[in-house]
Design a protein around this ligand. Sequence first.
Ligand code: GCO
Length: 445
Amino acid sequence: MNDRLPANFVFPRDFVWGTGTSAYQVEGAWNADGKGESIWDRFSHTPGKVASDENGDVACNQYHRFAEDIELARKLNLNAYRFSIAWPRVQPGGRGAFNEAGMDFYDRKIDALLRAGLEPYITLYHWDLPQELQDIGGWTNREVCKLFADYAAKMVERYGDRVKFWTTFNEPWCTTFLGYAWGIHAPGLKDDKAAAQVAHNLLLAHGLACIAARAAAQQAIELGIVLNLTITEPLHPQNDEDVKKAEAGWRRDCGYYLDPLLRGVYGPGVTDDIAEIEPEDLAIINQPMDYLGINYYMRSVVSNAPIPSPIDGHEYTQMGWEVYAPALRTLLTRIDKDYRDAYLPKIYVTENGAAFEDKLVDGVVDDPRRLNYLATHIEQVGLAIADGVDVQGYFAWSLLDNFEWAEGYARRFGIIYVDFESQERTVKNSGKWLAQVAAANSLQR
Ligand code: GCO
């Protein structure tokens, strides 16, 4: 197995080079033009929840500056932009009336993207549930799954003439565990039983939304979901116990997500914790998908022995996440191997990136560690393609430095630097480099 990509390797024709952002992380305008309150508004306005008590009230003010951001993305030679719709912006209470001003914002944004030659990839849920729906139990309540499907249909009706690619959920694992079990993300609950129900209900909502969106579509659309799967690797690959442990970790993750989505079954033990599950649920969850989005930042290392932290000689990002590019190829090839018989759709790497302490000096942000992170991971995507995995695009996270959830503004993931005082944007050196890669469709070493 080669572990380096030949210098002349060219990515497939029509390969998608994109970046991503999510509504709450960049839009700001948290209560403008009739927008309803979201669970992230409520959470970040509650003292002690977010580092330095920061919030997304203004963020990158993309609500007012989207034209500039789109122009920057265009100049970076990218051909796609992944972003989310803030549900409470378009339907303030999550049910009932829609907000024309909010829907008009996304009309204008989509039109600007298309004019700039950037294919919009819309995510319907990137964590900002209308607060009114949290007040009736949020994702523990099956009624919310049905409301989500109605909202999905409405969005496809409105934008489906121009937007082909639709993602139901971004990282349901994070909503479930960070949001409902560990209290780190909105709504900030620490309730394992609720979390188990949420894990199931999010997949149910995905299935219902796929059905509703397809029925609402006037033109062909493509539907998918974005997952952060944990690729679990043994600390000592020569130790059988470690290898077994890693395998069990991978199987557990598949049992929660890929098995129900792609095969219509949960892995062993998963349903034991779910209080409310109807006989037809798994068939609803198992909708045909056009693509699978994979977010990869780091692997998880397991062992029976104590795991040194940091692992000697390994690099870590500002998030404390290990930099380990080869696991991205391992993850992609493993999904392909395990699910090819289950109608595995094409794959996009929908997020990949790193936070480092960037400094703007004389108008320049030199970020060699991010550049290296992107380069080594893109190389692994190329290797996975050479292995035969159908990867059709790569989206760097993120277009802009933005509100990094519980960490506030102290973690910069952007390929564009944002001065949050002046809102001035500066393309980082990693961004300039990515522009060359996108133009060449190759790493061109
Ligand atoms: C996620 C989210 C992003 C984060 C990124 C870095 O996938 O967790 O999509 O919003 O900012 O992952 O933590």
